[in-house]
Design a protein around this ligand. Structure first.
Ligand SMILES: O=P(O)(O)OC[C@H]1O[C@](O)(CO)[C@@H](O)[C@@H]1O
Length: 936
């Protein structure tokens, strides 16, 4: 039966629907329109899918089924759902396409709106979607922006149907029409067919009037002298613009170039009227259909406009009537300074932005559903922030969305940070997907090691090469493989301690160093190589290709060498061979570990919008906290994940602590009530479900209730720790972007190393480190510092003078170059607790030289808010280093001295207390007492 819609078809104008949804397709809505209204095409855009997918549950089954068989990124999920719809629509339209011999019957799917400004990406995306949808009656929708035009030409040349979207000005239309012709000509020149390729140029109508009318209304409100002409222009400009575009279309059909293509069977690129729903309720609801009727055109209508037109639309050829009047309208617009070119240019930008906002909302919706579906397979996080901080975080997340931070981070776009060498350090993304590690090789080594009867493995390495493996070992233990011991110290007592725990002949040594030139693993490897009877079969190297360590491993006949990726910095290397080889040797299933980790890698994926991207969200919260003066990130962890703070410390401090800015991580400080903390804190609580942590829970709740920023993270099981490694790596990189530093360098670490080297070199020659005279000596303790601290010369007096320098927002650092064991940790923690309770300042602690490769960067390069108490000791019994005149005792002393010199040079407030005589326990006990006295 005939109706105004079918009559449009009879008049040569194709009726398309600007809408799609799963329900509508399922319920037969599209088939009905084809059958009853002569509909011949469908268009979609990100806003349409946002509405379709954002509401109701129509997509849920499909989404769950897809997630079950893949660990897809949100954009993969969206695309999967969208492609299902687009294919369904294409199949419904296929009979139309066949009947009309490919002249109509198309459905359009838009390329990612995030790419509108990049030609190559748009082109690749167009090709990818074309292949993925795999239907001849698909039109890939590409914005007709400056960047889009060359992509359109290339897609046409490829033989891909294109719907050019976001056209507002006649000039952009002409550029697009030229691209179409040029693309076809290129095909013809290459001897390829031009028949069967379709394209439409989507000219947006109502949005132009909406903008012009706004300008006119403003002028009218100001009693403009041209009021009458202005009034007469309302609701006319968009139509006049479209009519003039159509005139160009007619002219182009006459050109020799077109005639030549037509003779080869090419179909014209039809003008398509888009944005034809009226925005102004005072206008007739069919305005932008009635006035633009004409042959070889398309009108794509939103459902409401289509219903209105079916009901009372008027079909009369209008597109090429009153052309003079149309030209006059445009001349008046120009004469009256309404700036149509300015308006159309802005509309292109707005249009691109609207679609990318819609895509953000859409992907956020999909991310939400994905998270809900994954349940506890994805570690949960909640952020509880004070209002002002929350507002700052929301603003920055919105900015991050606008500026595409997540995609840029994954692409290693250095402009996200300081535009120096950040792009060189992005291997950690691929490592997180398990791509850096050869799991089979790790398993083979683990099996062989087991067969050879190795019971223990000792890892010799520092910082990023030791902290990750240690946290993995402490959290997940040993799974039938060798028991892992981490040795990241030059303290003779600690070396002896590790040696006492192992049977040296049944031990595998993992010498781990990215650079392969770090002093500690080098001398430790030399020591244990001798102890193991120079048996290379007991040694494995993990190092970047071509390093000094690799050469040594070859020369000494190590049983295996695992290569790292030189585009990963040490602290981002836990998910590469540096974390995973020791983990595998302990008997763990590496593949399963990565499978468990992927939910977070996907959740933080390049297309996950910042506000629903767990890593970006956390990173923005950290960065904004730092900017708000809350730069002491206090780590709290429930028992089964307790050690993670030591890995987080390095990641955060070494990545962000530079140029006088950054995060000062606080780990291992006993948790207290809200009153014990200043407003320079942020808290991160990592909790494994089922851990006995009621006390921590209550304290953390109290902190949040008192207005401190609190991040709560829950792992359903400890095996999901890999997800936290990745979340925090992303968060740290993003925090770096917010703070405005390069999160991949460590510019101040080298300074201490240079001093240490100078000291050990001098020792090799002179046999002495040239220690200065102490300020004072009291019992086991000798003090070194500036004369102003001497006070009454007692330990308590000196410490009182030093700790008295702490003021609001400072932190106290207790850095001990002694054996790291539970007893010493307890004493040092007690000292920190006492300082915190008295001063209200944050406290950090570290064992040297371990912390030098971790938090040391921030102490020297970060904010100058640290008050440092360095503790050193005469070794009870020293240990020789094979082939060297220096001993381990000399090395650790030189390391302490070198670092202190740098701290002093950097204007840090320092005091060194040296335990004389070798009785470390007695010295520490005296120190703890003296601190209590000093604080009393
Ligand atoms: O793995 P490597 O090269 O021995 O370095 C160990 C650690 O030392 C540092 O370079 C700091 O000195 C860290 O960044 C790094 O994780």
């Amino acid at each position: 039966m005939s109706n105004p819609l079918t009559q449009l078809g009879d008049a040569g104008q194709a009726v398309w629907l600007d809408f799609v949804s799963r329900e509508f397709l399922k319920e037969g809505g599209l088939e009905k329109l084809v059958r009853e209204d002569g509909l011949t095409g469908v268009t979609s855009n990100p806003s349409i899918f946002e509405k379709a997918m954002g509401q109701g549950t129509a997509y849920d089954d499909s989404l769950q089924a897809f997630l079950k068989q893949s660990d897809a990124d949100v954009v993969d999920v969206y695309e999967h759902l969208a492609i299902e719809d687009i294919r369904a629509a294409a199949d419904i339209l296929r009979p139309v396409y066949d009947r009309l011999d490919g002249l109509d019957g198309y459905v359009s799917l838009e390329v990612s709106p995030y790419l509108a400004m990049n030609t190559q990406d748009t082109l690749e995306e167009g090709r990818r979607l074309w292949a993925a949808v795999d239907r001849p009656n698909l039109m890939v929708k590409v914005p007709g922006t400056e960047a889009g035009v060359p992509a359109i030409r290339a897609l046409i040349e490829d033989g891909i149907n294109v719907n050019v979207t976001l056209l507002f000005s006649v000039d952009s239309y002409l550029a697009v029409a030229e691209a179409y012709v040029a693309g076809l000509e290129a095909r013809a020149a290459a001897g390829k067919p031009v028949r069967g390729i379709a394209s439409v140029a989507s000219f947006f109508v109502s949005r132009i009037d909406a903008q012009i009318d706004k300008k006119i209304d403003k002028r009218l409100a100001g009693n403009d002298k041209d009021a009458a002409t202005l009034k007469a222009l309302k609701g006319k400009v968009a139509i006049a613009n479209a009519k003039v575009a159509y005139q160009h279309y007619l002219e182009s059909m006459q050109s020799d170039r077109w005639q030549a293509l037509e003779a080869k069977g090419a179909a014209p690129q039809r003008l398509l009227w888009a944005s034809t729903g009226v925005k102004n309720p005072d206008y007739p609801d069919t305005l932008y259909v009635d006035t633009l009727v004409g042959p070889d055109t398309v009108n794509t209508m939103p459902p409401k406009t289509m219903d209105a037109f079916r009901d009372h639309g008027k079909v009369a050829r209008t597109i090429d009537t009153d052309i003079d009047a149309a030209r006059q309208v445009l001349a008046d617009v120009d004469r009256l300074g309404l700036d149509l070119p300015g308006i159309t240019a802005a509309l292109v930008e707005d249009g691109a932005q609207q679609f990318s906002d819609a895509a953000d909302a859409l992907l956020a919706g999909v991310a939400g559903k994905r998270t809900a579906f994954l349940g506890d397979a994805l570690n949960a996080a909640t952020l509880h922030l004070p209002d002002a901080l929350q507002t700052a975080v929301d603003d920055t997340l919105a900015r991050a969305a606008r500026e595409g931070w997540t995609r840029r981070m994954w692409q290693g776009d250095a402009t996200l940070w300081t535009n120096t060498d950040e792009a060189k350090w992005q291997g950690w993304f691929s490592a997180a997907q398990g791509r850096q590690v050869d799991a089979a090789a790790v398993r083979a080594l683990a099996d062989a090691v087991k067969q050879d009867g190795f019971r223990d493995a000792v890892l010799l390495g520092m910082g990023g090469s030791s902290l990750g493996p240690e946290v993995l070992a402490r959290t997940l233990g040993c799974q039938g493989g060798a028991e892992l011991h981490v040795l990241d110290s030059t303290d003779p007592a600690q070396i002896r301690k590790v040696q006492s725990l192992i049977d040296i002949d049944k031990t595998l040594f993992i010498v781990s160093s990215k650079s392969g030139s770090t002093l500690e693993p080098e001398i430790l490897a030399a020591y244990f190589f001798e102890q193991a009877g120079r048996n290379g079969k007991q040694f494995v190297a993990v190092t970047d290709p071509g390093s000094k360590l690799e050469a040594l491993a070859k020369a000494d006949g190590y049983r295996a060498i695992f290569h790292g990726d030189a585009t990963i910095g040490g602290r981002y290397s836990v998910l590469s061979v540096f974390g995973i080889v020791p983990f595998g040797i302990a008997g763990h299933d590496v593949e399963r570990f990565f499978a468990d980790t992927q939910a977070m890698v996907r959740a933080c994926g390049p297309s996950a919008p910042p506000a629903s991207n767990p890593g970006v969200q956390l990173g923005v919260a950290i960065g904004e906290s730092v900017k708000a003066g809350r730069d002491k990130l206090t780590v709290i962890a429930s028992p089964r994940i307790e050690s993670i703070g030591s890995w987080l410390e390095q990641l955060l401090a070494e990545s962000t602590g530079k140029e006088g800015k950054g995060v000062i991580p606080v780990d291992g400080e006993p948790l207290a009530g809200p009153d014990s903390y200043g407003n320079d804190r942020m808290f991160a609580y990592l909790r494994v479900a089922g851990d006995d942590a009621a006390d921590l829970d209550a304290k953390v709740d109290a902190l949040a209730a008192a207005g401190h920023p609190v991040v709560r993270i829950t792992l359903a099981r400890p095996e999901l720790i890999g997800q936290e490694f990745f979340r925090w790596e992303v968060a740290t990189a993003i925090a770096g972007a917010v703070i405005g530093i390069d999160p991949f360098d460590q510019p101040d670490v080298e300074a201490s190393k240079i001093k240490t080297r100078a000291l050990t070199d001098a020792f090799e020659k002179s046999g002495s480190l040239g220690d200065a005279a102490p300020l004072a000596t009291d019992g086991h303790l000798a003090f070194y510092g500036d004369a102003s601290l001497k006070a009454d010369g007692t330990a308590g007096g000196i410490l009182a003078a030093h700790l008295g320098r702490l003021s609001d927002h400072d932190y106290a650092a207790v850095l001990a170059y002694v054996e790291r064991n539970a007893a010493h940790e307890a004493v040092l923690t007690g000292i920190r607790q006492a300082i915190r309770e008295t001063s209200g300042c944050a406290t950090v602690g570290g064992f040297g030289p371990r912390f030098l490769h971790s938090t040391g960067q921030a102490y020297k390069g970060g904010p100058n808010s640290g008050v440092f108490l360095q503790i050193t000791a005469d070794p009870a019994t020293d240990l020789p280093i094979p082939g060297r005149r220096i001993t381990f005792g000399v090395v650790i002393a030189a390391q302490a001295q070198g670092d202190l010199q740098v701290l002093v040079e950097r204007g840090r407030r320092t005091l060194r207390v040296h335990i004389v005589g070798g009785d470390v326990d007695a010295g520490l006990a005296q120190l703890a007492d003296a601190v209590s006295t000093a604080l009393a």
